[in-house]
Design a protein around this ligand. Structure first.
Ligand code: PLP
Length: 430
């Protein structure tokens, strides 16, 4: 494989000298960003990049969507409340009403909405705590390859050893099960679960909850079959185990429907949502809880930043876009485009390349050519040199993950895919 001639960026000294070694995305994409619009990021040197990272899923509507930006600017100009803990505000009322009307009621979901701390992991922590409180049990079943965040509770359910190793303490109370994708794809998890849960001598205690992603995004774009998800929900219901669906990356239209579990016809007990729920990339996270499991006492799980008023404003505007049907139409068109072009121009380059995905979440897996991830890294670097921001995920980061804004126009989508095809072609071993 060839090593791309990647430009060397002059990174301002303050980042290397004073920002913690923890920094990550800026190492893979070492530009200095100044502005962004739609599916484009603009660097300080004036170069435009097509953005297939989209804030790791926080920018389903692209950068600075005009309708969302206008709502925010109007709210700020009118001295709208900027911070209010979890007190009632008109901004929160509008968001909650729209969320109930546009997301929950049409799907027959009677879940209560908990506004947690601002980021995805906060919603997962709340989900685990409420499930433990509601059932009086401590264990959680999670899946190999799964990703749920980096605070201690959610990290315990995150499979990646590199991330787990940073915990500094034992991560307990979680049992990992094989996921129907990735290296464990052929194992019969549902059969195993049915057997061990029914067997009083299995030595496995009944857990409080099972947490699952319908598509493991960070885990390498592994799509769980709908019937498998339905089977899992059935087992949970049979044994009084709460089913938590992590919609943090798959939600808000990423896989087609607003919530990705819809394709399986299931109703989870708890759903966690974050990333694109505010539309504009502002932090907000929700834990949706079936009323019978909303066993919290007032203030038992609290925090200063549970009510991002600005996120409520842009989130309400984003739900209005969804209601108009405009976003769904674009997703349908883009889904057809992205899957067709990837199959025709990228995966056709080598029969060992594997394409996986659904809706607007796709992965090109290079592991069968190079399981070490060197090839995928070379392709990613070549893409960046040619003006495309694209992330790598999965075991050894062998999978190039495509996560463009759902609203990307067909021309820009084609442009990004052409860069990926050329980069793949130039980096493949001859
Ligand atoms: N769950 C899933 C499926 C995610 O993809 C992520 C983040 O990528 C998280 C949880 C954690 O969210 P956050 O990084 O906002 O804490």
């Amino acid at each position: 494989m060839t090593t791309p001639a990647v430009e060397v960026f002059a990174v301002p000294a303050v980042f290397e000298e004073r920002e913690s070694e923890i920094r990550s995305y800026c190492r893979a994409f070492p530009a200095v960003w100044t502005s962004a619009r739609g599916a484009h990021l603009y660097a300080a040197d004036g170069r435009a990049y097509v953005d297939f990272l989209a804030g790791a899923g926080a920018l389903n509507y692209g950068h600075n969507h005009p309708a969302l930006k206008a709502a925010l600017v109007e709210y700020l100009a009118g001295d709208g409340v900027g911070h209010a803990l979890d007190m009632h505000t008109t901004a929160k009322e509008a968001f909650l009403s729209a969320f109930v009307e546009d997301v929950l009621e049409p799907r027959g979901l009677d879940h209560k909405v908990q506004f947690t701390g601002p980021t995805g992991t906060n919603a997962v922590e709340a989900a685990f705590k409420v499930a433990r409180k509601a059932t009086g049990r401590s264990g959680v079943f999670a899946f190999m390859g799964g990703y749920h965040g980096h605070t201690l509770g959610s990290l315990a359910a995150t499979a990646n050893r590199y991330h787990r190793g940073a915990a500094g303490v034992d991560l307990g109370n979680v049992t990992f099960l094989p996921f129907p994708g990735g290296p464990t794809r052929d194992l019969d998890t549902l059969g195993y679960l049915r057997t061990i849960l029914a067997d009083s001598h299995s030595g496995v205690d009944l857990p409080a909850a099972v947490i699952v992603e319908t598509v493991q995004a960070e885990g390498g774009v592994n799509v769980a079959p709908a019937e498998w998800l339905a089977g899992l929900a059935e087992i949970c219901a049979e044994h009084g185990i709460l089913l938590i669906v992590d919609e943090i990356q798959t939600g808000c239209g990423r896989t087609g429907p607003f919530l990705s579990f819809e394709r399986a016809g299931i109703v989870p007990d708890v759903v966690v949502v974050s990333k694109s729920i505010s539309g504009l990339g502002l932090p907000m996270a929700l834990t949706l809880i079936r009323p019978e499991f909303d066993v919290w006492s007032p203030g038992e799980h609290t925090g200063t930043f549970r009510g991002n008023q600005l996120a409520f404003v842009t989130g309400t505007a984003a739900l209005a876009l969804w209601r108009s049907g405009e976003v769904q139409r674009t997703i349908e068109r883009n889904t057809a485009l992205i899957s067709d072009i990837l199959a025709r121009d990228v995966v056709s380059l080598d029969e060992r390349l594997e394409l996986r995905g659904i809706g607007m979440l796709w992965g090109v897996d290079t592991a069968r050519i190079d399981p070490t991830g060197v090839l995928a890294a070379a392709i990613g670097e070549r893409c960046f040199a040619d003006g495309l921001v694209i992330e790598r995920v999965g075991r050894n980061d062998t999978v190039l993950k495509l996560l463009p804004p759902l609203t990307i126009d067909a021309f820009t989508l084609g442009e990004g895919l052409a860069i990926l095809a050329a980069a793949t072609s130039s980096c493949l071993p001859t």
